[in-house]
Design a protein around this ligand. Structure first.
Ligand code: ACO
Length: 174
């Protein structure tokens, strides 16, 4: 879609939070099990996202209005991996703007941001959220675990696989 700008969120003021809440509530319409549990919950959760990962909080704007966002964390200890990995905490597009390539633009930005630090990205998605699972699978994410209604997906980044291979070649002869 033309006219989409991807930016780092610079300020988390009241109006911005209310717009993010609106998108979160709207984007998960029909998927309430997995998101948009309520406005109060959403405010608290999105504040948590901002505090935890403000440096990786990217928004998509159309005509100056935020229409979607992704929250990417460079400092996430995964208890399942028993190490730090890159993480995507939240990812949602206003329903009026879904299916227009905006999610892809945000995810591309997120992966460029995370791949500088990590070779593995982790996220959790609802078990019946077929649209999102399909989206992630197209990027190469795969389901590696489950917890109640959630599926854990990971993506191994190619750039770093090459680095790892290079590293193992260097250590093979040691
Ligand atoms: N069903 C099937 N495939 C889909 C769907 C869908 N509902 N949505 C996206 N895709 C796939 C398509 O293959 C599409 O490729 P195409 O353009 O060649 O057809 C590709 O993903 C890219 O689509 P975009 O238009 O870039 O995706 P969009 O802007 O709609 O963003 C997102 C995807 C974030 C999943 C959006 O649909 C959304 O907000 N969904 C509701 C909230 C949600 O489920 N968020 C993810 C939860 S998990 C988490 O946050 C870690």
């Amino acid at each position: 879609m033309k006219g989409v700008k991807i930016e780092k969120l610079e300020k988390f003021d009241r109006d911005t939070l209310e717009r993010l809440v609106e998108i979160y509530m709207d984007g998960y319409e029909g998927l309430r099990e997995y998101g948009g549990e309520g406005v109060d919950y959403a405010r608290g959760y999105l504040r948590w996202c901002w505090v935890k990962a403000k440096d990786g909080f990217f928004v998509a704007k159309v005509g100056g209005e935020i229409v979607g966002f992704i929250v990417c964390d460079r400092d996430w200890h995964s208890k399942y991996e028993e190490r730090s990995v890159g993480a995507v905490h939240e990812f949602v597009i206003d329903s009026r703007f879904q299916g227009k390539g905006i999610g892809r633009a945000l995810m591309d930005t997120c992966l460029r941001y995370l791949e500088e630090s990590y070779d593995r990205i982790e996220l959790w998605v609802g078990e019946k959220n077929e649209g999102a699972k399909h989206f992630y699978e197209e990027y190469g994410f795969r389901v590696v675990g489950k917890e109640r209604i959630w599926r854990r997906m990971v993506l191994d980044l190619k750039k770093n696989e090459k680095n790892d291979k290079a590293k193992s070649r260097n250590t093979d002869g040691d």
